[in-house]
Design a protein around this ligand. Structure first.
Ligand code: SF4
Length: 276
């Protein structure tokens, strides 16, 4: 009996007026006084049915009674029971019962499609992740792309690939790579010497195509980014041009100049004595 519909089909004034033959429906006093009948119609444990909190006029002789719901986990929800009667009769009957959310009801968050929920790294071993036919990152392989390297790759394989990266797809991945852990702002890059950039490193293998201007692959087995795409201005301490000063410092004894004393030395004039 518990209806889980969260969008209550409330009747707009226009609908209500239409059912009333073009005039606003008035609260039917006989239906409005049938709250006990409405309460009995709720197929739930009586301890889960709270106070009567109001009535709503849905149309001529059509009234909805609302009761607080005391079910655990249903804070702010209401039992709603719609009752009616035929004209010139005092016999009230129940049309429907439902459980509807109130203004402060606890409700499930909005549904998010799986393709919007998916995050990098969610794909596990054995999982399949189909790419939709209208994925903006890809374009049909029979169309000429604006990247010569993509064209070469296409025809080198003979029949070519069904789809290749579009300009939008390349721009998106370039921005993602550049902003990630292999770009210039990665912690290892910021901590390395300023000249130790990948673009000046012997282990840097530039990519093909237009991405070559900004990205390459690190081929240094000792670098944390070995085998990964790095930006040309990324860097690390394993850069091939990093030079460590290998000279061993030698302790020198301090040289002391004492020029405050003048030492007088007597020199014999031997040339005069010898008559030269
Ligand atoms: S060793 Fe370091 S500087 Fe050289 S390419 Fe790899 S990540 Fe870049």
């Amino acid at each position: 009996m518990i209806a889980s519909s969260t969008d209550r089909p409330t009747m707009s004034p226009r609908t209500s007026a239409a059912r009333s033959g073009g005039r606003a429906a008035r609260l039917d006093q006989i239906c409005a006084s049938a709250s006990a009948l409405a309460r009995d119609a709720i197929q739930a444990d009586p301890s889960h049915i709270g106070d009567h909190v109001g009535t709503t006029t849905e149309g001529d002789r059509l009234v909805t009674h609302r009761f607080n719901c005391l079910l655990p986990g249903y804070r702010g929800w209401h039992w709603a029971v719609t009752v009616t009667r035929i004209a010139r009769s005092r016999h009230v009957t129940v049309c429907e019962t439902s459980l509807l959310p109130g203004r402060d009801a606890l409700r499930a968050p909005e549904w998010v499609p799986w393709r919007d929920r998916l995050r990098p790294g969610d794909l596990g071993v054995g999982d399949l992740l189909p790419t939709s036919s209208d994925d903006d990152r890809l374009m049909p392989g029979y169309l000429l792309s604006d990247d010569e390297a993509v064209e070469e790759g296409l025809w080198e394989r003979g029949l070519g690939r069904a789809r290749v990266l579009s300009r939008e797809g390349r721009a998106e991945l370039a921005q993602r790579w550049y902003d990630g852990d292999h770009g210039p702002n990665a912690p290892i890059s910021l901590a390395s010497p300023a000249p130790a950039r990948c673009g000046a490193c012997g282990f840097y293998l530039p990519l093909a195509g237009s991405l070559r201007q900004l990205f390459g692959v690190c081929g240094n087995r000792f670098a944390p980014d070995d085998g990964r795409v790095v930006s040309v201005d990324h860097g690390c301490g394993a850069n091939s041009e990093v030079v460590v000063d290998a000279t061993v410092p030698v302790d020198e004894l301090p040289t002391v100049y004492d020029d405050s004393e003048i030492e007088t030395i007597t020199v014999r004039d031997t040339m005069k004595r010898d008559g030269v």
